[in-house]
Design a protein around this ligand. Structure first.
Ligand code: UDP
Ligand code: CA
Length: 263
């Protein structure tokens, strides 16, 4: 069907903003339906917002920015990674207008390889997971109508509030929350091919992966950009990461020229 696919993502800082544009380009290229990106604006730079809006017009996707302030009554976080994690899972019911009925959260460091981005029916929340208990929140598919109707946001925030009371549980909160929530909320695992990342998946399954995530391997730290160049290249890809990066750079240059002509 040609229904618009709604994608939610966020980024902080220059490097993740660069990755986010590449994600937007690869998702738009590899989705036959119209795509609309909902970007969390609290951390985005003004220059990203204007240049990404220009790029979106050129590549034929829509982009809209959403903002939300962490509520006073919900336990706050001080570490950047936890704040980001919170914004990607805890406020899905209140971030988007009510006419957005389904949404897919996609990490900024993902590159789409082939078609197939769609939401399965009758599943309120689907997440990528590697093993039975470890949940990997790089992709979430959310049936927002049911999510809102069944008050899943309230349930998740309540579980978060309980778990985060214990500072020791914080280390694995992003895994613990979905694991605990499974008793209250039907959380499904997305098919394995939805997400491939080098640290957790075998080389043999790369060829069927719909999306590549540049997830960090805690054992050997490698910069994301260097991983991107190494992992997203070769026969499996229509465009290498470097080619996508170059396309984004050209749009950015065009946009700067365009801005100059307005002076
Ligand atoms: N993120 C961000 N800035 C950061 C860290 C994370 O914007 O400093 C966002 C970004 O969308 C990123 C997501 O949070 O894709 C998850 O982090 P990351 O992809 O680095 O985690 P990994 O895949 O390595 O586990
Ligand atoms: Ca990631």
């Amino acid at each position: 069907s040609n229904e618009t696919v709604h994608v939610f993502s966020l980024a902080t800082g220059h490097a993740y903003e660069r990755l986010l544009k590449i994600m937007m380009l690869s998702v738009t290229k590899r989705t036959s339906a119209p795509v609309k990106f909902w970007l969390f604006s609290n951390f985005l730079s003004p220059s990203f917002k204007s240049s990404a809006t220009y790029m979106a017009e050129q590549i034929g996707c829509e982009v809209e920015f959403v903002t939300y302030k962490w509520p006073e009554w919900l336990r706050g976080q001080s570490e950047k990674q936890r704040i980001i994690w919170g914004y990607k899972i805890l406020f899905l019911d209140v971030l988007f207008p009510l006419d957005v009925k389904k949404i897919i959260y996609v990490d900024a460091d993902q590159v789409r390889r082939n078609f197939g981005l769609s939401i399965l029916e009758n599943r309120i929340l689907e997440i990528t997971s590697c093993w039975e208990t470890v949940s990997y929140l790089s992709t979430l598919c959310v049936d927002l109508e049911r999510f809102r109707r069944e008050l899943v946001g309230d349930k998740l925030r309540s579980i978060y509030q309980q778990l985060s009371a214990d500072p020791n549980s914080l280390a694995n909160l992003d895994q613990d929350l979905p694991n605990y929530a499974q008793h209250d909320v039907r959380i499904f695992s997305l098919p394995q091919k939805w997400l491939w990342c080098e640290s957790w998946c075998s080389d043999e399954t790369k060829a069927e992966a719909m999306t590549i995530d540049l997830c960090n391997n805690p054992e050997h730290k490698e910069a994301k950009i260097s991983m991107a160049k190494r992992i997203i290249s070769g026969d499996l890809f229509e465009e290498s990461w470097e080619e996508l990066d170059e396309m984004v750079r050209i749009y950015d240059d065009e946009f700067s020229q365009f801005e100059l002509t307005k002076l």
